[in-house]
Design a protein around this ligand. Structure first.
Ligand SMILES: Cc1cc2nc3c(=O)[nH]c(=O)nc-3n(C[C@H](O)[C@H](O)[C@H](O)COP(=O)(O)OP(=O)(O)OC[C@H]3O[C@@H](n4cnc5c(N)ncnc54)[C@H](O)[C@@H]3O)c2cc1C
Length: 300
């Protein structure tokens, strides 16, 4: 069976073959993906998924790749991008955004219209789908505070509505992480009317704070570890003297100890090995077992 030929015949949308995952991850690392399909719309997505399921072909949804660490091996499952599912409408205080929308663009659009509640998201470089999956958040807020409902595909490829209470939002966790076959298609966010100038100022202050404290001029995937209860992962890594520690081209950032940065041509393995080294060292030195917030893909 020639999967790529079959998918091409179905005219699903954009197809890329043998693509370096450096292009599709914010770490700019990882091996080659055999095929990345970007369906034209939801119907084509469903058609593609039907074909993949019928033929027992494995697949994975790829958002903006800002929380993923791919191995350097060939990734032969089908990667699906939802970049064309990117409609975003705002009615009064209700924002509806497709899973492929950039979270930052949606948050900026709502904020410019004087809506408050998404300021926290203006520095998080994921998609709406990836942000719902991860329950992305910052500054004591997260998607769980604003998402009222999500349109999703379930195991049987039916479109269902999941309400906030069903989505089980917890710190960097949601329903989707325990239901890997569900796909987020669209999220509805309920915001509040606010003062445009105050919103703008808050976003600007936080942007400056990020620039001051995070190594944004190097590829990374944001925070590597979840903060343990009543403490900060960066503090624990710092007390272990690990800032600047390097494996290959992967380095524990000197600016923010909970970021690992790609200083040039880091492989997936460099990043993987450095994460495990930091985890083991912190466990040995402080007794705290840090939990990795980022997702390893294709390491089995
Ligand atoms: C500089 C920088 C700063 C960051 N700051 C923050 C921060 O402040 N707070 C924070 O929480 N995170 C932060 N992150 C991490 C990251 O941006 C978030 O985790 C984001 O939510 C990931 O979204 P994504 O679209 O890139 O998802 P990806 O990394 O592409 O995918 C993550 C997971 O979501 C799944 N997925 C993606 N879309 C869907 C969908 N539609 N349906 C079902 N599953 C889906 C994927 O299969 C994968 O398992 C930062 C990253 C960087 C690089």
């Amino acid at each position: 069976m020639d999967i790529i030929k079959d998918i091409e015949k179905m005219k699903i949308g954009k197809i890329e073959k043998n693509v370096s995952l450096k292009k599709y991850t914010t770490y700019k690392a990882g091996g080659i993906a055999s095929i990345i399909v970007t369906p034209k719309d939801e119907l084509k997505l469903i058609e593609l998924l039907k074909y993949l399921k019928q033929n027992n072909i494995k697949y994975k949804i790829l958002g903006n790749g800002s929380n993923l660490i791919f191995s350097d091996k060939l990734f032969s499952d089908v990667l699906i991008k939802l970049s064309f599912i990117d409609n975003c409408t705002i009615n009064d205080t209700i924002v509806k955004a497709g899973a492929g929308c950039s979270l930052i663009s949606v948050a900026m659009k709502a904020s410019r219209m004087g809506l408050t509640g998404m300021e926290f998201a203006t520095g998080i470089p994921g998609t709406i789908g990836g942000a719902v999956y991860m329950n992305a958040g910052a500054y004591k807020s997260d998607m769980g505070y604003i998402v009222s409902e999500v349109r999703a595909l379930n195991d049987n490829l039916e479109i269902v509505t999941l309400y906030n209470k069903d989505l089980n939002f917890k710190y960097r966790s949601s329903f989707f992480q325990n239901h890997k076959n569900y796909i987020c298609l669209e999220a509805t966010m309920v915001l509040k009317k606010g003062d445009k100038n105050l919103i703008k100022q808050l976003i600007e202050d936080r942007k400056q704070k990020r620039i001051m404290t995070q190594p944004l001029n190097f590829p990374s995937a944001g925070s590597v570890f979840r903060n343990p209860d009543n403490d900060y992962a960066w503090r624990l890594i710092d007390v272990c003297g690990l800032k600047g520690y390097r494996i290959g081209d992967a380095e524990v950032s000197v600016k923010h100890a909970n970021f690992i940065i790609n200083k040039g041509n880091a492989s997936g393995k460099d990043i993987h090995d450095l994460i495990l080294f930091v985890k083991e060292t912190v466990k040995k030195e402080t007794g705290v077992d840090l939990k990795v917030e980022q997702e390893f893909v294709n390491w089995e």
